[in-house]
Design a protein around this ligand. Structure first.
Ligand code: PLP
Length: 368
């Protein structure tokens, strides 16, 4: 039986092989007589699971030695507070606001730091990417916040800015929640990257932080100990009980990612090629159609989240009902934007995008 294609923005589809392996191991993980949810996080079995997950992730994302990988809880929204608590020293922080998520991050940072918006695309309804050369970066900024993929507005930063070339010594902090592991990361341009797992890595409950070592140890006195990056790092992400089952599921996903191939490419490079093909197929169809519309400037369109509209919005419900009937799930757009949104995360194959495009074409023809 084929499962339907799931276009959810998150929590999102997971690779079927991963779900099947988790099901097979649910009652008895590798002969231990226990399911992973039932194990002590300090026992030998779970210690091997978390060590493998971290090593696989380091390999997949090519994380350099001088970065630490932290497996935390709280999600992207908690990081909106945890990052300023750890990095701002209560001082100036520069924010690039490109959509709903960076806007939220900016508002939360006000509680702990003195953030300022140094570039924004609000005037054009979050459809363009302000050119880095025009960002009003400040010398005194402790870091620069950028959401590298705006999940709601469908804007992706295809090339991370080189802040040093722009005259700033501040580390770049990226929220890569919704495109982590969909493409490579240029770590030479990043100080810290954070993301919730539930878009592209695994189930909700796990939060990934990749942080350059020199940024540890500067937390404000009010920072909760469990959220002090230095404490988390020194305890191997085990200061408090980590989200053990979510880590296990993400670990299975990392193994799945390592097995993926596109020609000579493997892992994240293979995913990048596949994701590019998926996005080109969908945007290419939308752009030639008379019914559908994507408003984002072509140079910053997200490969992961494609918001689109029907020019005749009275057809929205019929479109969604027809999609559901064809096994194309969760296409409704975010409430703040409306319309539709197709999220094309790693677990969604090219065939899923082809099925969506076939449906969209048929639906458009019935409207003519
Ligand atoms: C989903 C998402 C978040 C929020 O994650 P939570 O786990 O709900 O806190 C933050 N940033 C981006 C870019 C996201 O896509």
């Amino acid at each position: 039986m084929n499962r339907p294609y799931n276009f959810s923005a998150g929590p999102a589809a997971m690779p079927e092989e991963v779900l099947q392996q988790a099901a097979a191991e649910m009652l008895n993980w590798q002969g231990t007589g226990m399911g992973v949810m039932e194990m002590s996080h300090r026992g030998k079995a779970f210690m091997s699971i978390i060590a493998a997950a971290e090593a696989d992730l380091r390999e997949l994302l090519a994380v350099p030695e001088h970065f630490r990988i932290l497996l935390m809880q709280g999600g992207g929204l908690a990081e909106n507070a945890i990052v300023p608590l750890n990095l701002s020293r209560g001082g100036a922080v520069d924010f690039v606001v490109t959509g709903g998520w960076s806007q939220k991050s900016f508002k939360e940072a006000r509680k702990y730091a003195m953030p300022q918006v140094v570039a924004s695309n609000e005037a054009d309804g979050h459809t363009t990417l302000p050119a880095p050369a025009a960002w009003q970066l400040r010398q005194e900024a402790q870091y620069v916040h950028l959401c590298s993929n705006e999940t709601i507005h469908g804007i992706e930063v295809h090339e991370l800015p080189d802040l040093r070339a722009l005259g700033s010594e501040a580390p770049l902090v990226i929220d890569f929640s919704s495109h982590v592991a969909s493409r490579s990361v240029d770590w030479s341009r990043v100080g810290l990257a954070f993301g919730g797992a539930q878009k592209n890595l695994g189930p909700a409950g796990l939060t990934l932080v990749v942080v350059r070592e020199d940024l540890l140890g500067h937390a404000l006195a009010i920072c909760p100990s469990a959220f002090d990056y230095k404490t988390v790092a020194e305890n191997g992400s085990m200061y408090n009980t980590p989200p053990t089952y979510a880590i296990y599921m993400a670990g299975l996903t990392f193994q799945w990612l390592k097995r993926q191939r596109e020609g000579a490419l493997s892992g994240v490079a293979a995913m990048e090629q596949r994701n590019t093909a998926k996005a080109e197929l969908l945007y290419g169809f939308i752009d030639q159609s008379q019914l559908y519309l994507n408003k984002v400037a072509p140079n910053c369109r997200s490969r992961m989240n494609v918001p689109f509209f029907l020019r005749d919005e009275s057809r929205n419900d019929a479109f969604l009902a027809g999609a559901q009937a064809r096994g194309l799930l969760q296409l409704k757009g975010h409430k703040s934007v409306g319309g539709m949104r197709a999220s094309l995360y790693n677990a969604l194959p090219l065939a899923g995008v082809q099925a969506l495009v076939d449906y969209m074409r048929d639906f458009e023809q019935t409207q003519a």
